[in-house]
Design a protein around this ligand. Structure first.
Ligand SMILES: [Fe+2]
Ligand SMILES: [Fe+2]
Length: 265
């Protein structure tokens, strides 16, 4: 049984490895839910209640709750790709299984952290923004680019900013260690995406330096807007070329334009 159906979050974590192993045996692509069903309230991110600062236990737990939601979607997106692309290279599927199990570990770390702070999963609403950035119509290169290079890539920038913001707050002693470990391990997830993006391009005789900007141009309208400053050091470690980093710098400026223009007026 795939854990993409509704189930308590801890059950999803418990079954993720066996669900991935089941998915790897598929001969034909499987169908995934259009919208993942949750055991807690789902609300558009714009309608979420305001956040407290990191000096409060509530602010720290809320941050971990937001992060847990990202890890949950990352875990399910890994399984989703295994279900939808049974004919992907075996090496890719094996590495993706390991990445997906690592997402489950991240999710468990966040949930335990929330608990320690005296709060629980479901104390705040969540969103399905990452899942909704993918589509049943994606091909394997779209999927790698969206999930591992765009979403997880921008997660590296945001994670690094967060680690620095936690310095000098009470959060340094409670949640910074969790965020640091997750961000360090995420470099490997993004690098997995960078390597396999090139590998699959080369197996299809596609030039990645031409494909990357063209594919990003075709996908960008449905991606969540990421405006965090890019961390070039982490991006390079995760396998981005200088041209790809430049592309994302320009994309970020485009995303920032409406805000910058309203400041001028
Ligand atoms: Fe993760
Ligand atoms: Fe990840």
């Amino acid at each position: 049984m795939f854990t993409l159906d509704i189930a308590p979050v801890w059950d999803k974590i418990k079954h993720i490895q066996s669900s991935c192993e089941e998915a790897m045996k598929l001969k034909e692509p499987g169908l995934v839910p259009y919208d993942p069903v949750r055991d807690i309230e789902v609300l558009h991110a714009k309608k979420h209640p305001p956040k407290k600062g990191f000096s409060t236990a509530e602010g720290q737990a809320r941050m971990l709750h937001d992060l847990a939601n990202i890890e949950l979607q990352a875990m399910e997106l890994g399984l989703r790709t295994l279900v939808e692309f049974p004919n992907a290279p075996q090496g890719f599927k094996e590495e993706l299984l390991a990445v997906t199990v690592n997402e489950a570990e991240h999710l468990a770390m966040c949930l335990e952290g929330i608990d320690k702070l005296g709060f629980k999963w479901g104390d705040w609403p969540i969103h399905n923004g990452l899942w909704m950035a993918t589509s049943r119509e994606d091909n394997i290169l779209d999927r790698i680019l969206i999930v591992h290079r765009y979403l997880e890539g921008s997660g590296l920038d945001a994670g690094d900013t967060l680690i620095r913001r936690l310095e000098g707050t009470e959060g340094k002693h409670t949640i910074q260690k969790i965020v640091k470990q997750i961000n360090f391990e995420e470099i490997g997830h993004v690098d997995f995406g960078s390597r396999w993006y090139r590998e699959i391009c080369s197996s299809k005789d596609i030039d990645p330096s031409e494909d990357f900007p063209a594919r990003m141009d075709s996908l960008r309208t449905r991606l969540p807007k990421r405006i965090e400053p890019l961390n070039h050091v982490l991006r390079r470690k995760a396998g981005f070329t200088e041209a790809e980093i430049r592309y994302y710098e320009e994309l970020r400026l485009d995303f920032l334009k409406p805000a910058l223009e309203s400041q001028k007026n």
